[in-house]
Design a protein around this ligand. Structure first.
Ligand code: PLP
Length: 433
């Protein structure tokens, strides 16, 4: 590509375009992506000597099947020829209906109803609205607060920010204006760890003492993502299910990051064999192609809402149920379930373990952990994001470390050779960053 043009674009970007959690104007230039295919991002300017980078991030948990996939491209093109969008008020269409039916089929059985929103944060907003409205509708209007564990991340819009980690999280600035929610510590670390009785008692006590005010408990099951990349035992999900049933509190699982196989089960809830009352999906829902998210709920939640003085769910975004996004979501789910996806995730898990296990005990490394197609190196110091990103790029890999974490969640289609390069890049970024 034309390098002068690329330089101009990057300068314009820096002058005018906000990026996630970025300053304005930008201090560090973004890398210009020209195209992407398979697991490779093609850059329009040199970065650490490589013009093509293997994507170790799946565009933040989303691009399961890689980029420019012929089947997904075809699904969008076919739908484009029919209609790209119509309003969802009073109208419906096959892609959205098929998608909703499919999500009901593949998620835990009690989840029956689907709200197709347009981003993960909106899916969480809708989940919260469902829970709060449920209790108002069934005559328990005092139950309007949420409980979560620390170290979580549920999105950047206002109500979801109120359940993000209040200390280490990204929203400290807003403490004074956010709804005041309840927090308990994050579950003790380790997917294979036994449930800690002292922690279980604290959880039980908090739910019991606050049940009169509590609408719902909302958590990221098994993997806390952007709040710290922690793994915990599915036993805590079973415990939450029991406690919520016992004390009349709804349970929400935010599976926006974990959904569609990432942790080794199709949904993280499946590790525990429990169903939430409300579940949020996003990111990989469309194979990373288009923006769409889903909030599923049980018949009981929907029936409760319909018994209220306002017997409707008052939420309806312009792009609700977008046909292009729904069509590619249907194709992505079919592609995923039509293959032995669990074997592919297991293969990635094995590859990541081989690369990351040796880092345990290395200078500056506090912990290295792998679950499913997620690999994390936790440092004992804040990462130098620019240096770590460049160290990975020199290995031919795109990574985006944050805080004290260098992590990867590659597309499931990443081949063994590319996976080894991702492993080497994580190590390089962790040791040099
Ligand atoms: N919930 C979880 C668990 C997430 O990881 C994210 C995104 O990182 C969100 C919610 C918010 O989703 P979105 O960025 O699509 O609004």
């Amino acid at each position: 590509s034309d390098l002068t043009n690329a330089a101009e674009l990057v300068a314009l970007d820096r002058a005018h375009v906000w990026h996630p959690y970025g300053p304005m104007p930008g201090t560090v230039p973004s890398h210009l992506v020209e195209s992407a295919a398979g697991v490779r991002l093609r850059l329009a300017e040199p970065l650490g000597g490589n013009r093509e980078l293997i994507d170790g991030m799946s565009s933040w948990w989303a691009a399961l099947h890689g980029y420019n996939h012929p089947v997904l491209n075809q699904a969008v093109q076919d739908q484009l020829g029919r209609m790209s969008h119509v309003m969802f008020g009073g109208l419906t269409h096959e892609p959205a209906v098929r998608l909703a039916a499919k999500l009901v089929e593949i998620t835990p059985e009690p989840l029956q109803h689907v709200f197709l929103g347009d981003s993960g944060s909106v899916a969480v907003e809708v989940a919260m609205k469902m829970c709060l409205q449920y209790w108002q509708s069934v005559g328990r209007p005092a139950k309007q607060r949420l409980l979560t564990w620390r170290g979580g991340y549920h999105g950047d819009t206002f109500h979801p920010m109120s359940v993000c980690d209040p200390v280490g999280g990204m929203h400290q600035l807003w403490g004074g204006v956010l709804p005041r929610q309840l927090f308990v510590g994050e579950p003790p670390a380790g997917f294979d760890a036994e449930v800690d009785p002292a922690y279980a008692a604290e959880l039980a006590d908090t739910i019991e003492r606050n049940a009169d005010e509590l609408a719902a408990v909302i958590v990221e099951p098994v993997v806390q993502g952007a709040g710290g990349m922690r793994f915990h035992s599915p036993g805590y999900l079973r415990l939450l299910r029991e406690l919520c049933d016992q004390h009349g509190v709804l349970l929400v699982f935010d599976e926006i990051a974990t959904g569609f196989g990432r942790s080794g089960a199709l949904f993280a809830a499946d590790h525990a064999g429990v169903s939430p009352d409300v579940m949020c999906l996003g990111k990989a829902l469309t194979g990373g192609y288009l923006t769409m998210a889903a909030t599923l709920c049980t018949a009981e939640v929907a029936d409760g809402i319909s018994r209220g003085s306002v017997p409707v769910l008052a939420h309806g975004p312009t792009f609700m149920g977008n046909p292009l996004a729904a069509a590619v979501a249907n194709a992505s789910i079919e592609l995923l379930l039509g293959q032995d996806w669990a074997a592919e995730v297991k293969r990635i898990e094995t590859g990541l373990r081989a690369a990351l296990d040796p880092l345990v005990g290395a200078p500056g490394v506090a912990d290295a952990r792998v679950l499913g197609a997620i690999g994390v190196v936790q440092l004992d110091h804040p990462v130098d994001v620019v240096a770590a990103t460049e160290a990975a790029a020199r290995e031919g890999v795109w990574l985006r470390p944050f805080r004290n974490l260098v992590y990867t969640m590659p597309p499931y289609v990443t081949g063994d050779e590319d996976l080894a390069r991702i492993g080497a890049a994580v190590a390089a970024a962790a040791l040099k960053g």
